[in-house]
Design a protein around this ligand. Structure first.
Ligand SMILES: Cc1cc2nc3c(=O)[nH]c(=O)nc-3n(C[C@H](O)[C@H](O)[C@H](O)COP(=O)(O)OP(=O)(O)OC[C@H]3O[C@@H](n4cnc5c(N)ncnc54)[C@H](O)[C@@H]3O)c2cc1C
Length: 378
């Protein structure tokens, strides 16, 4: 049983792990080291869509288990996550997309994802304002949305109440290894922080901490754009996506539409999380949103932002032990869809850190040993 755990990164994953750990075992000393502030990178910028529909088979079991936690998460954390289960609707805009629907639905149902096909009239009833061009869509009633920063703060505050120590403004400069075991981290202030277990949850910056140890984690950093409109009358319950289009569209509690879907922003300086929105991405994203849901196009744009996210070559995260290094756990590379998984990622990391059964059947396809860590290839 570890006496102390050090967590590198105060994003939603690191904070979820910290809270789960301390809840499981109040005797373990937990320190989260965050070089900026909690939620400063991908987690704070996130669209916070909470979905299982459309995920890779390797991620489905973990996503289903995680979605089962969201409805009660605010109560567990004694905080606000802004979670709402309004469903997810993926729209088919033309015959080519519509023809894909039966196979797409059957394959997910076989894994227990509750998806159903809606004709155009039913899709419209669910999402009034949808383009009349839509041939129909696929609904997953389990899907929904949360709010990014409130959720991050809810995890941080819940951890704090249980005695988790979060040190903001402290960068980790290296992992300290002794005879094949990670025994702590080096901090930018020149001091060290010992830990019986270290959890690496540093998002897009995780690979840089493994590289000096000869481990090549093939993360590619991308900046993802989000756009927010002015408030409009409440009209949209589900989160809207579309086949063959880059779109995630939701209406927030304020009435504003939040538009994402993987449109890129420019990375100015990855090391300091600096980005710039690109005009062509902004206009292309707005055009798709308008095409699918014209009322969105009538709302003036209020602002936009981006977040740096870690993408893996197979678009799946790495979770669990790091091969060849005892004392180190990793959760990184969430490839644009990690937010929804945070409750179960934290639970799995806590169980692993405490040496307890860690429900491996949920995440066996996400283990880091699927890559050759000398070459970074799968
Ligand atoms: C714009 C956008 C929209 C998204 N939309 C969705 C969505 O709708 N649904 C969904 O499920 N997912 C979505 N995602 C993905 C999801 O937000 C991420 O997968 C998730 O937040 C990753 O969390 P994390 O804790 O691993 O990383 P991060 O939030 O990036 O946290 C890593 C933290 O580590 C810190 N750090 C880095 N290096 C160091 C160091 N050396 N020392 C100390 N601290 C360090 C960073 O400052 C950062 O705070 C989206 C992501 C983006 C960017």
């Amino acid at each position: 049983m570890p006496a102390s755990v050090v967590i590198v990164g105060g994003g939603v994953m690191g904070l979820s792990a910290a809270w789960h750990l301390r809840r499981e075992d109040p005797g373990v000393r937990i320190t989260v080291l965050e070089r900026a502030e909690p939620g400063a990178a991908a987690s704070g910028a996130s669209a916070a869509g909470v979905r299982v529909m459309g995920r890779d088979p390797a991620e489905r079991a973990l996503a289903l288990a995680s979605l089962a936690r969201w409805a009660d998460l605010g109560r567990e954390l004694e905080g606000e996550t802004g979670y709402r289960r309004g469903g997810g609707l993926r729209v088919a805009l033309d015959d080519t997309a519509w023809r894909q629907v039966p196979a797409w639905v059957a394959e997910q149902r076989a894994d227990g994802v509750p998806v159903e096909v809606l004709d155009a009239a039913s899709a419209w009833r669910l999402a009034p304002g949808l383009t009349p061009e839509a041939r129909g869509g696929v609904l997953c009633a389990l899907d929904g949305q949360a709010e990014a920063l409130p959720t991050v703060h809810a995890f941080a505050n819940a951890g704090h109440r249980l005695g988790v120590r979060v040190e903001a403004g402290v960068a980790v400069t290296g992992l300290v290894v002794d005879r094949g075991r990670v025994v702590g981290v080096a901090r930018a202030d020149g001091t060290g922080q010992a830990g019986d277990v270290v959890v690496l949850a540093a998002g897009a910056w995780s690979a840089a901490l493994l590289a000096p140890l000869g481990l090549r984690l093939p993360i590619e950093t991308r900046a993802l754009q989000m756009l927010l409109t002015e408030a409009a009358p409440a009209a949209l319950d589900p989160v809207i996506g579309a086949f063959e289009r880059k779109l995630s569209l939701k209406q927030l509690a304020t009435g504003a539409y939040l538009i994402g879907g993987g449109w890129p922003a420019r990375i100015d300086e990855a090391s300091v999380n600096a980005w710039t929105l690109q005009d062509d991405s902004v206009s292309a994203s707005l055009q798709v949103a308008r095409e699918v849901h014209p009322p969105t196009g009538r709302c003036p744009l209020a602002r936009g932002w981006a977040g740096l996210e870690a993408f893996m070559p197979d678009d799946l995260p790495v979770l669990g032990p790091v091969p060849g290094l005892d004392g180190l756990l990793i959760a990184a590379g969430f490839s644009g869809h990690g937010f929804a998984l945070a409750p179960m990622v934290g639970d799995v990391l806590a169980r692993l850190a405490l040496g307890r059964p860690a429900r491996e059947e949920l995440w066996k396809g996400l283990r880091m040993d699927r890559f050759d860590l000398e070459t970074g290839e799968r």
